[in-house]
Design a protein around this ligand. Structure first.
Ligand SMILES: [Zn+2]
Length: 302
């Protein structure tokens, strides 16, 4: 399973959170629905190639009818194959994102209520399935939830998504991987017109720079050219994050998270991906992306 409830922390944690918790062994985890004890596995970054996950102990099982277990099976299938059918997608999912809601709601609270909403809807959906009704989707203000949906269901990206402030009405139209220029191109516009998109790229090895109210994060996407027989990124794309409006706590949390993520992948074959809602500079420096909302930036480790 990909998530579990941590007894001591009194919150739901995802498999990726396990990478960032110090001394995972000192915590207890249970199924958020039926309460069966769960064991965290594969969370040591240097040793394990597999992503972290939770499993039940040898002689224990989820309670009969535990929907967390049932959805977990479907989510597992979704990693390697499309699970949408002609009629529907079998799980409830966020099909609307509200930018202004994300700005006004505290992150931790929003994600907690989001998980509750998600579970509530899934539960309802399960009840509905038996009665032959269709499932319900929901609105979210958690950017991380949206990003997880995009990457955890790679074959179902044509699902519906309305993102306030971004054009398109499917996940794949809202999200955009930053592409390297090809052939003789010296740069590449990443969208047809100047517009905000949810862009993503893996981080470069270079340390982010902090200059006054800006954090500059270099990406591994860029103008890769042969130089002395080696492929080099001569012009990496970079994200210029404007932190003027951020509180000290938000800024600290963000830089800490960025450092943690970079440490995590250092010396391993893992990659850290940065996902952010932002814009490409189409006038002065085509390699520059800008974004300024901390709640619209998150990281994924692959
Ligand atoms: Zn369970």
């Amino acid at each position: 399973m990909d998530d579990a409830r941590c007894v001591e922390l009194q919150k739901t944690v995802t498999n990726e959170d396990l990478y960032l918790i110090d001394d995972v062994k000192s915590y207890q985890f249970v199924c958020d629905e039926c309460g069966v004890s769960l064991i965290p596995c594969s969370y040591k970054k240097a040793v394990n190639l597999r992503k972290p996950y939770f499993k039940t102990g040898k002689n224990s099982e989820h309670l009969v009818g535990c929907y967390a277990k049932a959805t977990s099976k479907i989510r597992e299938q979704a990693k390697t194959a499309r699970i949408s059918t002609d009629e529907c997608f079998p799980l409830a999912y966020p099909n609307r994102f509200n930018l202004t809601a994300a700005k006004s709601v505290k992150t931790d609270k929003s994600s907690a209520s989001d998980i509750q909403a998600q579970h509530g809807v899934i539960k309802k959906q399960f009840d509905n399935v038996s009665r032959g009704n269709s499932k319900q989707n929901y609105v979210t203000s958690s950017f991380q939830t949206l990003v997880d949906q995009y990457f955890n269901f790679p074959f179902d990206r044509d699902r519906e998504l309305t993102f306030v402030g971004i054009s398109g009405h499917q996940y794949q139209q809202v999200f955009q991987k930053i592409q390297n220029p090809i052939g003789k191109q010296k740069f590449r516009f990443q969208s047809e017109k100047p517009e905000t998109k949810v862009f993503f790229s893996s981080l470069s090895w270079e340390k982010p720079e902090i200059i006054d109210d800006q954090i500059i994060v270099k990406l591994s996407a860029g103008w890769w050219q042969e130089s002395d027989g080696k492929k080099k990124n001569l012009r990496p794309y970079f994200v210029e994050i404007n932190t003027t409006e951020w509180s000290k706590t938000v800024l600290n949390n963000f830089t800490q998270r960025l450092t943690q993520i970079r440490e995590l992948v250092k010396g391993t074959d893992k990659k850290a991906m940065m996902v952010f809602a932002g814009k490409q500079d189409r006038e002065q420096d085509f390699y520059r992306f800008t974004c300024d909302e901390s709640r619209l930036i998150c990281f994924k480790v692959f």
